[in-house]
Each structure stands twice: as C-alpha cells, then as structure tokens.
Design a protein around this ligand. Structure first.
Ligand SMILES: Nc1ncnc2c1ncn2[C@@H]1O[C@H](COP(=O)(O)OP(=O)(O)OP(=O)(O)O)[C@@H](O)[C@H]1O
Ligand SMILES: [Mg+2]
Length: 373
C-alpha cells in the first residue's frame, strides 16, 4: 500500500510480465503495478536471444527427430533466461520476489494450430517458479481454444481496458513477428484479429541475404522496388480474405510460404520492399475493411520503429492519424509484456480475459495455468 497525494491509500498489486514472441528476437520483461485501473510500469528489461537459441526454437516449428525431448530441453533453457530477465527488474526497483503476486509468462510458441484444437508455448513454468520464488501463470491460450476459439489474439481485452477513448475511434496495431489489430470503436464492442505477417518474413529474408537480424528502419527495403505481381500473389493467400475470428503464426507464414511465391530471379532488395509492402497492405486492408471510420491508429511492437513501414502505412491510410502507443503513455516495446502481467492478474482474480467476439470462443473463460511459488 502507498499513500497518494490526496491522502487516499493507494492499492498496489505488483505483477511481472514476460513476452517472447514469434520474431524470436528475445525476451521483453516488465514489472508493473496493477493496483489501479491504469497499469504503472515500474521497470523493464530486454534480453536478446543468441543465434543458437533462435535457430533451435525455429527448428522446433517443424517435425524433427526426438522433437519432444528437444522441446523440453529448450523449454528449460528458456525458463532460465526468463528468470534472468526478472532479476534486473527486482534489483532496479528494490522490490522483493515475495512482493510480486505472479509472473504472467507467455512462453515461446512452437506450434499454433487452433484448427487441430491446440497451441503450444514452451518455457518450463515450474522451473521459472522454482528459480524466481514467484508464482507463474502461463499457457494463456489453451483454454480459449478448448472453448472453440482461436486462442489469439489475447491482448485486445487489455487494449480495451487501457487505450479505449469514449468518442474517438481508435485502432491498435501490434507489429511483432505477426501483426494483429484491436478495433476500439466508441460505444461499440471491441474486435480484433491477426492481420498476417508483421516482421517475420522481412527478418527471415534479410537474415538469409545479408546476415542481419532485421532491416533497421526498413532501410534495405527502401532501396528496393515493390514487385507488384509478387505482392498481388502473396495477398491472394486465402488467410487475408478470411473473415475474423482468425489467427496465424509460423505454421502458415514461413520461409517455405515465401519461396512458393518467388520465381528466383528477383533482386533481393526488391523482395524486401515487397515483403514490407505485404505487411503494410495486409494491415491497411484489414483497417479499411473492418475498422471503417477509424480516426487514430496506434502502433506497438518492434515494427513501430520501422520508419519506412510507418511512412507506407500513412500513405495507405491517409485519413488516419498514425503514431506509436507511446503517445498514449504506454511504450510500444512493452505493451505486450504489460498485457501478459495483466492477464496473470485476471487469472489470479478468477476473471475471464478472452473476448469471445475476438477469438470466436463460445464463452468468456478464465485463462492460464498457475504454478504457485
Ligand atoms: N529499428 C527497427 N527497425 C525496423 N524493425 C525493427 C526495429 N526494431 C525492431 N524491429 C523489428 O521488430 C521485431 C521485434 O518485434 P517484437 O519484439 O514486437 O516482436 P515479437 O517478439 O515477435 O512479438 P509478438 O508476439 O507481438 O509477435 C524485430 O525482429 C524487428 O523485425
Ligand atoms: Mg520480441
């Protein structure tokens, strides 16, 4: 408990959130106070993955010899890194592990197959609880899938609570490995869905051709020319035209998918420009189709740092004011991790956190599995 300026006792509820997403860039970890309706970010830490871990996780997306064993071993390695990402949060704030109610840990997705009734995020939660002495909530997506939903996206409920405006039609677009949007029309229910690949294909292409993890500020893409025939064939992928609820992952959008569309004689920089355009067009089409009348778009995730992407989105959606979520007081790099801290709080409070209108689940569910400290 802390005393506010007006003498009122302010309730404090400390949670940690850990997000490691489809980009496989690394771990975003936050410590937040969720005692008030608006979350208060206390500390944040980013822990990048090394190339060998990234390659090992990537390999688990495909069938391979003894994959169950490898998934568990890599899950243990991830739990150790998750624990390492929590330590600096505690030392920076002087908050003891015992004061943290729980860690909401997304885990690392290696398969996302709602059409087969499952999704799989690894990262040994029991080990994370053991190493940190803090309760862990993980596996947030499975219950929604069990109730007939996509299990994704889950962040729209958090956006609804923190970023909605009573009169302005806002859309939140998260551009991580995959891009997903949350539609927040005033006086109407919140909607949301995955739009398609965010940074994932661009990352894979620049890694293959230039050995770089990502195209900083979209500089390489900006030096290339969009190949419009290639863009059109990629946009013809049925996922883009499918009506929500819908979600996707590396199971669909991967290097194999990209190569199916290539003739092999394209200039690499032109392909990068086309992949950037694919991300932008799929988002813009989704906004035009499902978020008619939106006035403000707020970007989050690593893609919010890509100036070329921002410029193209502004060109495609001239009627919308487009800026990072930082403009609303929540940093674009941390919002997903904060959302998973909030999801853990919902679990411990026994509150449903999926939005059936978003995921397609038959009913609201309390999400997650709890590993007590
Ligand atoms: N300065 C930058 N310029 C261009 N791209 C950037 C920049 N910074 C980050 N990125 C992109 O953002 C990616 C990481 O984004 P983020 O961490 O939001 O994704 P994620 O971990 O996959 O999360 P999600 O679960 O939302 O998919 C990087 O792989 C890179 O492609
Ligand atoms: Mg990331």
């Amino acid at each position: 408990m802390a005393r506010g300026g007006n003498g009122n006792v302010k309730k404090s509820e400390i949670y940690a959130g850990i997000m490691s997403g489809t980009s496989l860039d690394g771990i975003d970890a936050v410590l937040v106070d969720l005692g008030q309706p608006q979350p208060r970010l206390l500390a944040q830490h980013y822990l990048p993955f090394d190339d060998s871990l990234k390659a090992a996780v990537l390999a688990l997306h495909l069938p391979a010899h003894n994959e169950l064993h490898h998934a568990q071993i890599i899950g243990n390695r991830l739990a150790q890194l998750y624990a390492q990402s929590i330590a600096p949060l505690l030392s920076a704030t002087g908050i003891a592990a015992a004061q943290v109610k729980a860690i909401g840990c997304h885990g690392q997705t290696i398969r996302h197959c709602p059409e087969h009734g499952y999704t799989l995020q690894i990262g040994n939660a029991a080990l994370l609880a053991e190493l940190t002495g803090i309760s862990v909530v993980n596996d947030f997506r499975s219950r929604d899938i069990a109730a007939g939903g996509q299990g994704a996206p889950l962040v729209p409920a958090f956006h609804d609570m923190t970023l909605r405006h009573p009169d302005i039609h806002r859309v939140i677009v998260n551009i991580g490995g995959i891009s997903n949007l949350t539609n927040l029309p005033p006086h109407v229910g919140t909607a949301g869905f995955d739009c398609g690949p965010g940074n994932m294909l661009m990352d894979a292409w620049i890694a293959q051709h230039r050995g770089e993890a990502y195209d900083k500020n979209g500089a390489w893409a900006s030096g290339g020319k969009v190949i419009s025939a290639l863009l059109q064939t990629m946009l013809a992928e049925p996922f883009f035209a499918a009506a929500p609820p819908k979600s996707c992952g590396r199971d669909l959008f991967n290097t194999g998918w990209m190569k199916q569309h290539l003739r092999g004689n394209e200039a690499p920089a032109d392909v990068q420009a086309t992949l950037l355009a694919l991300t932008c067009h799929s988002i813009a089409n989704a906004v035009q189709h499902y978020c008619r009348g939106a006035g403000e778009i707020y970007l989050c995730g690593g893609g919010a740092h890509n100036g070329a992407l921002l410029e193209m989105l502004r060109h495609l959606l001239p009627d919308c004011r487009i800026q990072p979520t930082d403009a609303l007081g929540i940093g674009a790099d941390w919002i997903e991790a904060i959302a998973f801290a909030w999801l853990a709080q919902q679990t411990l409070h026994g509150q449903p956190a999926n939005l059936p209108a978003v995921t397609g689940a038959r009913h609201p569910c309390v999400l997650g599995a709890i590993y007590p400290a």
